[in-house]
Design a protein around this ligand. Sequence first.
Ligand code: 0PR
Length: 399
Amino acid sequence: MKNTPISKPKTLPKKGLSRQKIIKQLSKRLGKDFTYDSGRIVGSMCTNPNRFARFVYAKYLEKNLGDLGLFPNTAQIEKEAIQMLGSLLALPQAAGNIVSGGTEANILALWAARNSAIPEKDEIVLPETAHFCFDKAADLLRLKLIKIRLNGNFQVDCKEVKNAINQRTLAIVGIAGTTDLGVVDPIPELAEIALANNLHLHIDAAFGGFVLPFLKNNCRMPNFDFRLPGVSSITIDPHKMGLAPIPAGAILFRNAELLKKIQTNVGYLAGGESPQTMLGTKPGASAIAVWSVLKYMGTKGYKKVVRGCMALTQRFVEEIETIPGINLVTKPAINVIGIRSDLLNIFELANLLRRKGWAVALFPNHIRIVIMPHIRPIHITLMIRDLKSIMRKYLKKGR
Ligand code: 0PR
């Protein structure tokens, strides 16, 4: 944004330009954006979409999941994509939709929870680390967010969750892979609280959903999915670690009744009833690309990707621990790393890294690094070299 020169508003050209001219303009201008291939995007939760998924996406651009009468087979593909994601989350018969991303999925989850409860219930109990899309959801749905502080492990404090529950509580949210540090909340405990209080428990696994099931020590990790009877819905984003092209999120509900709570049946379209949720016209290509990338990668493929990211995460972490002046916020559970400093202001550190060409994410007290599949060992080597040089210079100056 900073680099965009102030220019006159553009008007629609009278005569269309040639393709060649347009492509030239686009390459010149868009070529200045960051690219995943460069390895310089080290703070984002997205990555280069899988090449085959891109091909499939481009092939089926005309498909519209807003008109199921015209595209019943696309609807079936979407359903199967949800079933495959359901099988990953221990409930192949889950109901749900491929949507535009985690934001839409989380909004749909709270919308369904609200429509399933009595009107007096309007409070959502959630960790203070919840993604800002929950603030949007609360605003849209006129819900009140009760943000709960964290325990010493950066997870939501379950005692505080219990204390916050009252007659107006509508739902609880737990996060499997927080935006800031990739932390997994104590979801089995949240599930028990939800069951005991008859509340909807929504799990935001937008990022962690495609990581946690594929970790080496996965069997030793607490469950976060539909294996826990208290879990009512889960967000999982194929356009993050699932390698699908943007836009692709998914919302999964334990049963079709929950999904029905937010469906509108459009009756006037060819082929009769067409159930829709938030969107009307909806990209079928996204759902088809998700279906394809799931089939193409299989659990074996995702395991390989996740384990590759985790090996690099481990290497990065070990290197960070040797650099004077900076520390890890906490030992990362997944491929999201928080770096903090007691010496150097974190904004300054982020700026210095940005000046060296690294696009990191900046939180109030730490820098977030996400080791996505486009990060190669050489990128780790280069980033560590720059971090060392920044800290060396700073420590020298300070003395
Ligand atoms: N839930 C969690 C846990 C998330 O981390 C995010 C996004 C969402 C929901 C919302 O997902 P959508 O952005 O798909 O609607 N987390 C990323 C973040 O805030 C989004 C992102 C991704 C931002 C790539 C920048 C970027 O380059 O970091």
